[in-house]
Design a protein around this ligand. Structure first.
Ligand code: IFM
Length: 486
């Protein structure tokens, strides 16, 4: 499946200090950090529009300035270099590169990413590009958005522009980040941009996002510059659902299977196996819903994956029994039942074992595809002390426990090849605005001052010692204070 035979090759291309077989990184996305929303020819994305809808985003916040990364990029790359990680995963802003989502490239927008990639490489940091992290050009939404089939074709054109500009230096390409969020939060619940609420549109969006992935993957491979040292590594990042029966009953097991179907297999099956899961299609049909699949679409979607990116934050415990014991409309019940685990500031239960189990399960059900944890991290209500230092023991423990879970998955045989902390720095957390902080670097939004938190220092030290041990995370990963190395 993968064309990459020497896993250490890419980090070495980037500057020569990659671990033998494990990639450590930090991640961000364009709208969440860049700011400069209307500079150098960038046009509006659906998030520029949505964040101006009264009540849509906490405090009326928006990404106009965000972390001002567009202007502070050199300082931020130095920060990443200081953490000593191998790779930086960032996304490109489609409306910055191709204003309006169609037509020619915007040279000034591309120039920013050109400078970013060069600077990363100068520091020996591997650039890992995500093409789409939710900032659809508003004009494409006005023309129908992801529920419209044409958007998938526009996405492939944009992928070609990006590859043409950066493909001589960028080796790792993620097409989409978390299509579940784009489709479900964007078009069904309306909690994310563009804020629509229509289940049929949401399902059409699922299919067209996956089709867009397939078309873009084909285009990236077809358009890779002839002079590039190796074929590009092309994959996708999913926030698959790790569903666990709340109790060991048949009803709860069936509910977990349904949650897994709609949250995981609806994406992984077409991408890897070239078919949608029959049980999910049947359940949708029972509701009078269907995916708008045309002949040949599934072949397009199932392009070979060089890797699968997995974003993991929590697990979902589910019950198949309604709270009052009844299923009012006769439909099967799939009800989330929190188990009383400690939670993050997002109210997400902290379940590190879920990450280990989920990686093992993906590796078992979709063998032969290298897995990368492309996001993992936590929001907590940080308090800085008088010196501006942030002692985020909670986030540090969260990272340590989840990195240990990755080690357990590897020990159980799962082919996990990298871990990216979400996020490099505090940033615009979508509907929560700047209220929720996920960074391992603190951002003072009044001054734009960056301060590495305790979790960032711990992560840097963990990466350094893991590299000394030759790469993979240790089975008994070190404690949050970095003192208990195995
Ligand atoms: O901040 C987001 C990111 O953009 C996508 N994955 C989840 C993160 C935390 O909610």
């Amino acid at each position: 499946m993968t064309t990459r035979t020497d896993p250490s090759a890419a980090p070495q291309q980037a500057g020569g200090r990659g671990p033998a077989d494990f990639l450590w990184g930090v991640a961000t996305s364009a709208y969440q950090i860049e700011g400069a929303a209307f500079e150098d020819g960038r046009t509006a994305s659906i998030w520029d529009t949505f964040s101006r809808v009264p009540g849509a985003v906490f405090g009326g916040h928006n990404g106009d300035t965000a972390c001002d990364h567009y202007h502070r990029m050199p300082e931020d790359v130095a920060l990443i270099a200081g953490l000593g990680v191998d790779s930086y995963r960032f996304s490109l802003s489609w409306p910055r590169i191709q204003p309006g989502g169609r037509g020619p490239a915007n040279a000034r927008g591309l120039a920013f990413y050109d400078r970013l990639v060069d600077r990363l490489l100068d520091h020996g940091i591997l650039p890992w590009v995500t093409l789409y992290h939710w900032d659809l050009p508003q004009e494409l939404e006005d023309a129908g958005g992801w529920p419209a089939r044409d958007t998938a074709h526009r996405f492939a054109d944009y992928a070609e522009i990006a590859m043409g500009a950066l493909g001589d230096r960028v080796h790792w390409w993620t097409t989409l980040n978390e299509p579940w969020c784009s489709a479900v939060l964007g078009y069904e619940t309306g909690r994310h941009a563009p804020g629509r609420q229509d289940r049929a549109d949401s399902l059409a969006a699922v299919h067209h996002l996956l089709l867009g992935h397939g078309l873009a993957a084909q285009r990236l491979r077809a358009c890779a510059p002839a002079g590039a040292p190796e074929p590009p590594q092309v994959g996708i990042t999913l926030n698959t659902t790790h569903a666990i029966p709340a109790r060991p009953t048949e009803a709860d097991r069936a509910a977990a299977r349904r949650a897994d179907g709609i949250g995981t297999r609806l994406y992984t099956d077409p991408l890897v196996l070239g078919r949608y899961p029959a049980d999910v299609l049947e359940a949708l049909a029972a509701e009078g819903l269907a995916l708008p699949v045309r002949d040949g679409d599934l072949e397009t979607i199932a392009q070979p994956l060089d890797f699968l990116g997995v974003n993991y934050y929590t697990s979902q415990y589910v019950s198949g029994v309604a709270e009052d014991g009844r299923a009012p409309d006769g439909r099967p019940v799939t009800r989330a039942v929190p188990q009383g685990h400690p939670v993050t500031a997002m109210d997400w239960e902290i379940v590190p074992d879920g990450l280990a189990d989920h990686l093992v399960r993906l590796d078992r059900d979709y063998p032969g595809i290298p897995l990368y944890v492309t996001e993992n991290g936590a929001a907590f209500d940080d308090a800085d002390d008088a010196d501006g230092a942030v002692r985020d023991d909670d986030r540090t423990a969260y990272l340590a426990e989840h990195i240990a879970a990755v080690a357990r998955a590897r020990a159980a045989g799962a082919d996990v090849r990298g871990y990216f902390a979400w996020s490099l720095m505090d940033n615009f957390e979508w509907g929560y605005g700047y209220e929720k902080r996920f960074g391992i670097v603190h951002v003072d939004y009044r001054t734009q001052r960056r301060t590495v938190k305790q979790s960032g220092r711990w992560f840097a030290e963990h990466v350094r010692s893991a590299r000394e041990r030759s790469g993979p995370p240790a089975a008994g990963a070190d404690g949050p204070d970095g003192t208990a190395e195995s």
